[in-house]
Design a protein around this ligand. Structure first.
Ligand code: SF4
Length: 406
């Protein structure tokens, strides 16, 4: 038994197999671990013996315990995915013959200071529904669990016992306060993101000025101000520069289109978004701004008033799953990365809403799931975004506010 921390939705997840509107076995490489590869080589079943020989390719150049071989893809689909979108290996040989990649997905397990933390990736539609569709928000549970439910550790992080001058040693405190802000519904989601940004900016100043001893006070102060209402009305004056916001978002979309999308569902979403905003129709910037403004006021804002919890849950899951802020080399960079994910989702939501004249929870699930499936595993795409942000001097609270406020 091991100590674990999980959002309560994790327990409710089961793969819906053939009823799934997408499938994890298309568009992605399926790596096979060493143990499973050995099992495949011993299969006697006449049909499967030759299928496995033909469709499992040994990793000859750089084998590792997690990557001993890979499945051949046929038209971007795993060779064992049948016409009903079911896995032939699971159906014929049993669940124990699934490789670790398939048996673990969409779960992600991190080991943080000895505690095993499990979450789900929203790149799976069923997981996305469990993560985002709970109006009450995400609750966390700490208990003891069987070690084998956590067999693949994605990241093993130790922040205690290091140097006292390491900003990472306050990881648990950062995360607790970040999630507390994101889940405080006394404020709009935009206000919560702005408060988070101000806090990360102040924390970054402590790190840059070698004043790590001030970090607990900064965190405590934000929690106090959050509760006593100090932040109400604090952001009314933040500048609304739709031109700048759309310029940045356009760059994100262009970078995204250069990347080969792993999901047909994402291509449908991006096409609808571009049609809703008039991007690609040689529309003038002014016209795109007007389309954005109309769709935002008519559809996005009303939808968010009722369903703001969906993005709140997405963000809380993001913070937990990505062990924010340890996902970046600095505190403010980690915050910027989160805002880039949020902005990419928001511009798509507004554009799609303009195209179909409304938003539904199903549309938003499809969008966020397919964006996640396309970009979450592309280290390159988000590194390109961060380079763009840094090279253009956008990594500041002033620019983040513009992205959040419009
Ligand atoms: S994407 Fe999720 S629900 Fe769909 S087949 Fe994969 S694990 Fe199952």
């Amino acid at each position: 038994m091991v100590d674990t921390l999980i959002p309560e939705y994790v327990k409710r997840f089961t793969c819906i197999g053939g009823a799934c509107e997408d499938t994890c076995c298309s568009g992605w490489t399926v790596n096979i671990d060493e143990q499973t590869y050995k099992k495949y080589r011993k299969v006697k079943h006449p049909e499967f013996k030759s299928r496995l020989q033909d469709h499992v390719v040994k990793n000859k150049h750089n084998p590792t315990p997690n990557f001993a071989a890979r499945m051949k893809l046929e038209q971007s689909r795993c060779s064992f995915l049948n016409t009903e979108n079911l896995c032939d290996i699971q159906l014929n040989l049993g669940e124990s013959f699934l490789c670790t990649t398939c048996s673990v997905y969409p779960r992600r397990t991190n080991k943080v200071n000895g505690l095993l933390e499990q979450s789900l990736s929203v790149s799976c539609p069923e997981a996305a529904r469990l993560v985002m569709l709970n109006p009450e928000g995400i609750l966390f549970e700490q208990h003891q669990d069987k070690r084998d439910s956590f067999k693949w550790i994605s990241a093993d992080i130790e922040t205690r016992g290091g140097s006292v001058s390491d900003w990472r040693s306050f990881f648990e405190e950062y995360r607790y306060v970040t999630i507390s802000i994101l889940q405080n519904r006394a404020y709009t989601l935009e206000e919560r993101l702005l408060i988070t940004g101000l806090m990360y900016s102040e924390l970054q100043e402590c790190v840059s000025g070698n004043k790590l001893q001030d970090i607990p006070d900064v965190l405590g102060n934000y929690l106090r101000c959050l509760e006593d209402g100090t932040f109400h009305g604090a952001f009314d004056e933040v500048s609304k520069r739709l031109d700048i916001q759309l310029r940045i978002c356009r760059e994100l979309v262009v970078l995204g289109l250069k990347h080969t999308p792993g999901s047909v569902r994402y291509l449908e979403c991006s096409r609808d978004m571009m049609s809703g905003l008039g991007i690609g129709d040689e529309a003038e910037d002014k016209q795109i701004e007007e389309s954005y403004g109309r769709a935002y006021a008519a559809y996005y804002e009303p939808f968010m008033q009722e369903h703001g919890y969906m993005l709140e849950n997405y963000l809380v899951n993001y913070v937990f799953k990505n062990v924010m802020p340890l996902d970046s080399s600095s505190l403010f960079e980690s915050y910027t990365r989160m805002i880039m994910h949020y902005s990419l989702i928001k511009i798509h939501m507004v554009g799609i809403a303009g195209h179909v004249q409304g938003l539904t929870t199903d549309t938003v699930i499809k969008l966020i799931q397919s964006i996640s499936k396309t970009f979450e595993h592309s280290v390159e795409y988000f590194e390109n975004i961060m380079t763009l942000v840094k090279d253009n001097g956008f990594m500041s609270m002033a620019y983040m506010s513009i992205l959040i406020k419009n």
